[in-house]
Design a protein around this ligand. Structure first.
Ligand SMILES: Cc1cc2nc3c(=O)[nH]c(=O)nc-3n(C[C@H](O)[C@H](O)[C@H](O)COP(=O)(O)OP(=O)(O)OC[C@H]3O[C@@H](n4cnc5c(N)ncnc54)[C@H](O)[C@@H]3O)c2cc1C
Length: 287
């Protein structure tokens, strides 16, 4: 690794000032699980590392205004095991439990994970399907935006220079909502997904799907919202044939990358298969 200066500010304001002062030479570090790998491979060579670890008030999970609000420094393991998350949004706890291994989940944070923006990550599809938003702070103020607008390309987000992810907001799903997250892992249990699918269905009487939210991971350079599948499920009485036809639509939406987890063609086929399974699972026994 290149030499760097390590800063441990005690307040968010000091961290923001350091980012402003050092510009492109500075990088934030939270859990370090992704950034340290990048630094070892010289994909990132910051002269200044600004740690968020000593800043109070960024590690919390609480319910407010019909949302679960999670501070950026909260670990993935804390989300997975939170009684509040398990009770009010069990799909979220379930999804976080699928990330890598417990050692990684004990270190990796909500803010670092979102900012990393690897399209193979597990939480974004579920969080987008639930309508989550993200709060960003800089020295010039605060803004929030839907998570669906946050990811713009491969490892790229709308984060501007000097901005920090401070909070994730997940709307608490109403009682008539059912969801499922499926991660297809043909290699090892702790791998990134070959393809993943989150399905969240707002159900009415007698099997009516009022609104479907279906989002895929590992299916393009960002999470892919399966708009055609959603349209084909909205306001329909669900039946096996309708679900199967709706899933076919994702083949034209995804643009997976060829890699050691499978060819693009194989992943496209699996995107259809696992979209069908995720919707079926949400409909017939979802969380
Ligand atoms: C071996 C291994 C296996 C993995 N498997 C999976 C998997 O199966 N599924 C999955 O979903 N993920 C997986 N991960 C990825 C893991 O989710 C990321 O490494 C993790 O989310 C990064 O979080 P962090 O807190 O460690 O971020 P860091 O490494 O600290 O930072 C990552 C990036 O975010 C920036 N950053 C950090 N905090 C903030 C902030 N608050 N605001 C703005 N920018 C910030 C940093 O500058 C850096 O660019 C795996 C990682 C490893 C190492």
């Amino acid at each position: 690794m290149m030499e760097f200066e390590y800063h441990q500010p005690a307040s968010l304001e000091s961290a923001l000032a350091l980012l402003d002062q050092h510009g492109d030479d500075a990088r934030l570090i939270s859990g370090g699980t992704a950034l340290i790998q990048f630094m070892k491979q010289r994909l990132a060579q910051p002269a200044h590392l600004v740690s968020l670890a000593k800043i109070p008030g960024l590690d919390y999970i609480r319910e407010e205004d019909g949302q679960i609000r999670i501070g950026a420094l909260t670990t993935m393991r804390a989300v997975e095991t939170s009684p509040l998350v398990r009770e009010r949004a069990s799909l979220v706890a379930d999804t976080f439990s699928r990330v890598a291994t417990v050692r990684i989940r004990n270190m990796a944070t909500i803010g670092g994970g979102l900012a990393h923006a690897d399209p193979n990550q597990d939480p974004p599809p579920t969080l987008i399907a639930l309508g989550s938003s993200v709060v960003l702070r800089s020295s010039s103020g605060e803004r929030s935006l839907p998570l669906s607008d946050f990811f713009v390309d491969y490892y790229e987000t709308t984060l501007q220079a000097g901005e920090v992810v401070t909070e994730l907001r997940i709307p608490i799903p109403p009682a008539n909502t059912r969801g499922a997250f499926i991660k297809f892992l043909p290699r090892t249990a702790d791998d990134y997904a070959t393809v993943s699918v989150a399905a969240v269905l707002e159900m009415g009487e007698a099997g009516l799907c009022r609104a479907a939210h279906v989002v895929l991971g590992s299916a393009g350079t960002t999470p892919v919202v399966a708009t055609t599948t959603q349209d084909a499920l909205n306001n329909k009485i669900l039946m096996d044939g309708i679900v199967a036809n709706a899933a076919e639509g994702v083949a034209d939406l995804v643009s997976p990358l060829d890699d050691f987890r499978g060819s693009a063609e194989y992943k496209r086929d699996m995107a259809v298969v696992f979209t069908k399974r995720a919707v079926q699972q949400a409909w017939q026994g979802g969380r």
